[in-house]
Design a protein around this ligand. Structure first.
Ligand code: ZN
Length: 305
């Protein structure tokens, strides 16, 4: 990346995706942890944080996920009902991008379904959910027609789904290879995996290169930050092929100008009132493939050409 120092890293550090040994240090700070660094692999293009949380730290963390989200100022919602309503706004926006994949009667498993906001929008599908946070999972049951699980390990081996979807979840997975193997076993022969992840080519990095944004973005909850080549690498490695990639820009001028002027998230009332009509700006970013979000749709190898 432009403006970043290059470091050849010794044997002790290797890419968790491809085991490559050569990487670039792209940032030397990780939100809330001491001595955190972010590297980008020169071989498969994965960006990842070091050190990562241990399994034990992670289990404790996700039991109290809502508390951490609040600490980052992403949401200030006090009740689960309010949190759900805020999630619903985001889920409706997401639905505009992925609605065409979800057909009537499809058997759908959402992993990391939180309060069930997305599932509440696909009522005509046969839905099941994996959600580790107890409070969110209990709340989501009102929207789920099938089963709810606290872990993907608990989903019965003979269950087979038309769609396994996860939105802003895959980047949280510490062992994505093992996780994809499990997903593949639960996928029908002609099924698809639909994921949404933050994109390392976010314009706040790839165009504006804002250090404060990188301090905010790189966090222990996201051990990996993906690009299309690094997703291709891991999916292909596990016999899954991309059917479609959608470059999607969630945040617009209000958010970007706020980062540029104030180096913080959350937007600004003045920018919001002035720059509501910013679809053309988002379209330009999407056309240049420099977006904050990627949707990646994959199927089993050998199923379609
Ligand atoms: Zn790699």
């Amino acid at each position: 990346m432009d403006g970043c120092d290059y470091y050849e890293v010794g044997m002790m550090l290797h890419c968790p995706n491809c085991d490559g040994k050569e990487m670039t240090l792209i940032h030397d700070k990780v939100w809330s942890i001491d001595d955190g660094n972010v590297y980008r692999c020169k071989r498969c293009d994965l960006s990842f944080i070091d050190p990562m949380m241990t399994k034990e730290q992670e289990d404790v963390f996700y039991k109290e996920f809502n508390k951490h989200v609040k600490a980052r100022g992403v949401t200030s919602e006090e009740s689960i009902q309010r949190y759900h309503e805020a999630s619903l706004t985001i889920a409706r926006e997401r639905m505009e991008v992925v609605a065409r994949f979800f057909q009537k009667q499809h058997k759908v498993l959402e992993i990391g379904s939180s309060t069930g906001a997305f599932l509440s929008l696909i009522k005509e599908c046969d839905t099941s959910a994996v959600e580790p946070a107890d409070e969110n999972r209990e709340f989501s049951k009102q929207f789920v027609s099938g089963s709810t699980y606290s872990s993907i390990e608990d989903v019965e081996e003979d269950e087979q789904f038309d769609i396994i979807c996860m939105f802003h979840v895959f980047e949280h997975i510490r062992e994505p290879g093992e996780f994809l193997k499990r997903c593949k076993r639960l996928l029908k022969a002609d099924g698809i995996i639909v994921i949404e992840v933050p994109h390392i080519e976010d314009p706040l990095i790839s165009i504006y290169d804002i250090p404060a944004f990188k301090d905010f973005l790189f966090q222990p909850m996201h051990p990996m930050i993906y690009s299309v080549p690094s997703l291709d690498y891991i999916f292909n490695h596990h016999g899954l092929l991309a059917s479609e990639v959608i470059y999607y820009q969630r945040y617009g001028l209000n958010n970007h100008l706020t980062w540029l002027k104030y180096q913080r998230p959350g937007g600004d009332a003045l920018f919001d009132s002035m720059f509501k009509g910013d679809q053309e700006y988002k379209d330009i970013l999407e056309a240049s493939k420099q977006t904050d979000t990627l949707f990646y749709i994959a199927h089993k190898e050998g199923i379609r050409s």
